[in-house]
Design a protein around this ligand. Structure first.
Ligand code: COA
Length: 215
């Protein structure tokens, strides 16, 4: 994720050891007692990475409980994001009063079924993807970028955002995306940001996306 975010954001990516790391008591409370081992491991790796990223910013000893929305509760004066997918986990955090939100997402590069593509993409986004035959990963890039948009939206606005509430424009050459929130959603959330920007990167097996909202 380091390559996708500005320098003022501290970024940590998990090593294998982080999946077997320690959770602080307040963090463990955010994990269901019924959580399966894979969920315990990814949750732990996310918290371990996030605390390491905070240490880069000079903040040590803070636990990261989960809020009711399941978003991590970051220490006062900081904001960040956690993502995990099979074999990859990262955390990013900023300590800057001008940073309103940080969002990161990682997904395995899969070919999404048609019904899932339709649930994620607007018709014009599907049409854009269809113009790229043989590059079946673009719907998954839309999914990843929209997860970032939700992780930026959620801490600022505090409401749900549907996949069809945002229209994505992707600049393939620049590796960037822009999301415009549709007027039908903005009328329900006065004052909410109407536009988000981010970067993405695609390899044969991994899609990563990230964005920041600065005042
Ligand atoms: C919450 C959500 C964004 C997580 O994304 P995901 O790709 O499933 O999973 P990731 O591994 O990337 O992210 C999971 C982490 O996101 C964080 N998270 C959960 N809810 C969050 C929220 N409301 N806001 C910010 N971060 C959140 C948590 O840290 C979680 O990991 P943890 O439970 O281990 O701490 C997703 O499950 C979701 O609910 N999406 C629907 C809303 C949406 O994306 N709308 C599109 C708008 S254009």
């Amino acid at each position: 994720m380091r390559d996708l975010l500005p320098d003022f954001v501290a970024v940590e990516t998990a090593s294998e050891a982080d999946y077997n790391g320690e959770l602080l008591p307040a963090e463990a409370a955010g994990l269901s007692a019924r959580a399966v081992e894979s969920r315990r491991r990814e949750f732990t790796a996310g918290r371990v990475c996030a605390r390491r990223a905070l240490r880069r910013l000079g903040i040590d000893g803070h636990s990261l409980p989960a809020s009711d929305s399941r978003a991590p509760i970051w220490p006062p004066g900081t904001t960040g994001s956690i993502t995990h997918t099979a074999g990859y986990c990262a955390a990013a955090v900023a300590r800057d009063p001008d940073v309103r939100a940080v969002g990161i997402d990682a997904e395995r590069r899969t070919i999404l079924p048609v019904n899932v593509r339709r649930a994620i993409c607007l018709p014009e986004e599907l049409a854009w993807c269809a113009e790229r035959p043989g590059e079946d990963w673009w719907p998954a890039v839309h999914f990843s970028a929209k997860e970032v948009v939700y992780k930026l939206w959620s801490p600022i606005v505090g409401t749900w955002l549907d996949f069809h509430d945002a229209h994505l424009t992707i600049d393939v050459a620049a590796g960037t995306f822009e999301a415009r929130i549709l007027p039908s959603r903005l009328v329900k959330t006065p004052g909410a940001p109407s536009r988000f920007e981010g970067r993405f990167h695609v390899t044969p097996d991994l899609i990563r996306s990230a964005g920041v909202v600065v005042r």
